[in-house]
Design a protein around this ligand. Structure first.
Ligand code: HEM
Length: 450
């Protein structure tokens, strides 16, 4: 770690829009170009200056000091339009109380129960496919992860039209969120078609979540899941419980956090396996050796290291969550710059995923680099997809469990090859990165396992 960090400025800012164009059109290339300009690099979001920590040491400082670098800035201001004041978007002063309430729902014992649901949902999807089918992968994975997150955390079985509505509405709301980071507030209020579509999508999301909570309440049962915990906390008012609006916001936060990012993770993993036949061969060999002809169960997880490493490597090279913001709550000295209170920080943990100082041949897809016995295995700081510190993703273990079980289930039975008509560029203005249209043809490797 250098004794002194250096700061710099990214070239190419345009008047009024700043670096909006490269951030919207080729964001990962733009962010990966920044370390060449310094450890802390100034960019422009519209006309507002913002600072990107590019050195792992500065990135950690920002993520770990969540009092000084609080949730705020254009990303979280816009995200609050969608998820309100939930666990992921609330400010530091509210965070510890919310985290304490939600954390028990992610304890190991709960995850064991969720894993059975995850395996079941993946098996149902696999059983609905047939030999020769061409699958549009991202929507299929989005459906799977929406059903899984609502079943595990809210004991809700979503109707197919709710799944479709949620997928559409999230897509529109999330691309609206990103565009709105660069558009002045008065323009966002104009009755333009894009603004109307965004408002309609938001209303649709809130309505679906309201119906989900209302149906749960009518059931009147304690399912021992997150929603039961939240509702019980609401009734416990006066002792740090949640308001109705906060229950709504937490549900929205979890559906948001646990669906699109997960769908992107699985989609990129399948894409990477199709591009790298040697990695697919390794994965299939592990699945065949461990499972033979039977279906995947949660008990298999410790015996599927290569499957987990495939997910990790895919997250390293194809990060679904790639940019968020912070705002300083006090003046800070960083890399020789004095940042006043209220400064916007742009945080992109995957910037360190490409550092040649951390990863051997960082551009290559090599799941084996994560093997425990591998000499030169990357250090922990070389993988920051779930953030760090008190605001680290609460669903990190949940996410790895779900992705490993789903990948094992789908790849054990199906070989997937690229089909014509695919467009694997991430969508422009994407809050979550995924290939915009990944079409894959299925061929059955093994008959359905019981
Ligand atoms: C591969 C999938 C996922 C990725 C890449 C991811 C990434 C992240 C990142 C980077 C953060 C920190 C954001 C920040 O510091 O501002 C975060 C926070 C969060 N994530 Fe995830 N996440 C994933 C899956 C999930 C799942 C499955 C859930 C829930 C079921 C979830 C729920 C949350 C919540 C509630 C927070 C806020 C935590 C807090 O502030 O205390 N995430 N996630």
């Amino acid at each position: 770690m250098p004794a002194t960090y250096v700061s710099g400025t990214a070239p190419g800012a345009l008047p009024l829009v700043g670096h909006a164009w490269p951030l919207m059109r080729r964001p990962l290339d733009f962010l990966r170009s920044l370390p060449a300009h310094g450890d802390l690099v100034e960019i422009r979001l519209g006309s507002v200056p913002a600072y990107v920590p590019c050195h792992p040491g500065l990135l950690r400082q920002v993520l770990f000091d969540d009092r000084t670098f609080d949730k705020g800035g254009p990303f979280f201001t816009r995200l609050r339009d969608i998820v309100g004041n939930g666990l992921g978007s609330c400010e530091h002063r509210d965070h510890r109380r919310q985290r304490r309430l939600v954390q028990p729902s992610f304890h190991r014992a709960r995850l064991e129960g969720y894993a059975a649901v995850m395996a079941d949902e993946a098996a149902r999807l696999s059983a609905s496919w047939h030999d020769g089918l061409v699958v549009d992968v991202f929507p299929a994975m989005f459906g799977l992860t929406l059903r899984t997150v609502t079943r595990t955390l809210f004991s809700a079985h979503l109707a197919e039209d709710d799944v479709a509505r949620l997928q559409d509405s999230f897509g529109i709301a999330l691309s609206g969120l990103f565009r709105r980071m660069f558009v002045p507030a008065p323009v966002q209020r104009l009755p333009l078609p894009a603004n109307r579509r965004y408002e309609r999508a938001l209303a649709g999301l809130h309505d679906t979540v309201d119906r989900l909570v209302a149906a749960y309440r009518r059931g009147g049962q304690d399912h021992g899941d997150l929603l039961s915990t939240l509702i019980a906390a609401r009734e416990d008012d006066g002792r740090g419980g949640l308001t109705d609006a906060e229950v709504h916001d937490q549900v929205m936060t979890m559906v948001f956090g646990g669906s699109e990012t997960m769908a992107a993770t699985l989609t990129w993993s399948l894409y990477a396996l199709a591009r790298h036949p040697e990695a697919a061969r390794d994965l299939h060999a592990e699945l065949d050796a461990v499972l033979g002809g039977r279906a995947v169960t949660p008990a298999d997880l410790p015996h599927l290291p290569r499957t987990g490493q495939t997910v990790t490597e895919s997250l390293r090279l194809y990060p679904p969550a790639w940019l968020f913001t912070r705002v300083t709550t006090a003046p800070v000295e960083m890399a020789g710059r004095r940042l006043p209170s209220g400064t916007t920080m742009v945080v992109s943990p995957p910037v360190v995923h490409h550092s040649p100082a951390v990863h051997l041949r960082p551009g290559e897809f090599r799941p084996a680099r994560w093997a425990a016995e591998q000499p030169g295995r990357p250090p922990r700081e070389g993988f920051a997809i779930f953030g760090a510190g008190a605001r680290k993703c609460i669903g990190d273990v949940y996410a790895m469990t779900e992705a490993t079980l789903a990948l094992a289930t789908l790849c054990h039975r199906w070989r997937m090859d690229f089909a014509p008509g695919a467009d694997t560029r991430p969508p422009a203005l994407a809050t979550v990165h995924y290939p915009r249209r990944l079409l894959m043809r299925l061929s059955e490797r093994r008959r359905a396992a019981a």
